[in-house]
Every structure is written in C-alpha cells, then in structure tokens.
Design a protein around this ligand. Structure first.
Ligand code: OOG
Ligand code: MG
Length: 268
C-alpha cells in the first residue's frame, strides 16, 4: 500500500482532528466518524492525524513500545466492511498483564481479538519481505488485543479508523515465546472462548497468508510515514478471527496451538 493520495488539510486542521480523537479516547465518549465532517479526508491525512495523536501521548510521558497491524484477515475485513489493512501505534500505558482483570469503565464498546505478536531483534525499514521480517524477529508470542472504536456504533471507514489509531485500546501479551522458525505460523490454530463457549476459531494463515506478511506491510506503511521499526519493538500482526464484544463479568480465553493460552476477565 502506498500513501500517494494528496494531502489536503493544513497542520491546524490535523491538530484539531487529533484533539477530537484524543478527547474521545480519554473520556470514552463516542464521536461521529471524521469523514462525515471531512468527506475528502485522505489516507495520508488520516495517518497525519494518527501521528499527531502519537506525539501528544508521547508529550504526556507515554512510551511507544511497538505497533499493530489491523484489518489483515478476511474475517476482520468482513466484520468491519473495510478491505485495506492499516497500522496503529502501541504505548506502554495500553499494556495489561495476562490473567488479569481489565476494567471497561474507561472504554466505549470493547471487543477482543486473538493475534500473533512479533518481537524484533534488529531494525526494519523501507520496503521489506516477510522473510526479512522473520530474520529480524527475536521471538513470536500470542497476544490478545482489546479494541475500542471511538466512533458511534463501532462503524467507520478506513480513513476514520486510521485517524483513531486503528481502534487501539489495550493489549495483553501472554502464552509462550517461541523462535519464529520453530512453528509454521500459517498453521498455528487459535480457539477463542467467550465465557467458556467457543466463539471463534482460526489459523495464522488468515493473516495475509502468513502473519509475517502483516509485519512487512506495517514496515512499508511506517516507511511511507517516514518512520522505521526499531529493534526490540512489539508488533501485533492483526486479528486472526472476527473480534468478540465483551461486557463486565465476561471471561475470554484464547488457546493457541503450541504457544499456550491467555485468559482475561472484564470488570466495570
Ligand atoms: C480496527 C482495528 C482492527 C485487527 O487486528 O484487525 C484490528 C477495528 O476493527 O476496529 O486491530
Ligand atoms: Mg487487532
């Protein structure tokens, strides 16, 4: 994907949109999707809004520890009605430990996703292949992501969701860390259970054919933004299955083939 669309908004408009999204994130209050007010919002401008949001969080002392690819599987694209993958940033403040209780009072309408995460051991930049991603990977491990669109009804288009940092809210690394070449990541199966019932089933190949392809896509988008992926980054490849909506009192368990499992509960 290349961000070759024209930039149409000036820096003040970008800053205002970032502030609108940040307020919705901070106070867990839904807003109209941005393209209702800015129908010409380009993908490049949407990433400029995301960058302004990232700089604002960094100015408040949060640390960017990695990135996420999103909308990288057919089940996710079908669920959201968006057919182009995107990326978002992850900060230390979004991380929660496995087997913990996650409060929902500071979220609008949380949904949970099961993903494969990559932790890198060398820098990645420019346009890279999945093989180069694998060579730069220290280990892979399971992760849950709690997404929370700031847009009413969890309805958006590509530009709006990118400006909203791809719905990033919380992430939960867990399970077993394994060498990237130790398993065929295409055939790593996952069973996602919601209150003890099987809610979703999938395998790694759902994610662009191989989860490393999603990381390669992500590094390419970072390159378009003038960014690189430093060694030591935590990068999620995107949900393998459709996301599952949760409420206070719910329990989610994701069981990964050969990589262990992660359980979280949700509270008020
Ligand atoms: C956008 C974020 C998608 C994934 O893993 O596909 C995502 C959304 O569906 O709200 O994180
Ligand atoms: Mg995700």
């Amino acid at each position: 994907m290349s961000l070759d669309q024209n930039t149409v908004l000036d820096d003040i408009a970008i800053a205002r949109l970032a502030e609108r999204v940040e307020t919705a994130q901070t106070y867990a209050t839904p807003i109209r999707k941005l393209t209702l007010d800015y129908p010409d919002l380009s993908l490049r401008d949407a990433y400029r809004v995301q960058t302004a949001l990232r700089h604002s969080y960094e100015a408040r002392g949060q640390r960017v520890i990695g990135w996420k690819a999103g909308l990288t599987s057919k089940p996710k694209m079908a669920q959201m009605g968006v057919s182009t993958p995107g990326v978002g940033f992850l900060t230390d403040a979004m991380e929660r430990p496995a087997n913990s209780a996650i409060s929902t009072g500071d979220l609008i309408h949380p949904r949970v996703e099961a993903e494969i995460a990559f932790v890198t051991k060398s820098d990645l930049s420019g346009k890279v292949s999945a093989a180069e991603v694998m060579a730069a990977t220290d280990y892979v491990q399971p992760a849950l992501e709690v997404i929370d669109s700031r847009f009413s009804g969890f309805k958006f288009d590509l530009e709006s969701v990118i400006a909203d940092n791809s719905s990033s809210a919380r992430y939960i690394p867990g399970g077993r860390m394994v060498r990237p070449e130790a398993l065929d990541l295409r055939t790593v199966g996952v069973v996602l259970e919601h209150n003890g019932e099987i809610a979703q089933i999938g395998a790694g190949a759902e994610v662009l054919g191989h989860p490393a392809e999603a990381i390669a896509m992500l590094v390419g988008v970072l390159d378009d933004m003038g960014e690189t992926l430093p060694a030591g980054s935590f990068v999620m490849a995107g949900a393998i299955t459709a996301a599952v909506a949760v409420q206070p009192g719910d329990t989610i368990t994701a069981r990964f083939y050969e990589m262990g499992s992660i359980t979280v509960t949700f509270t008020d």
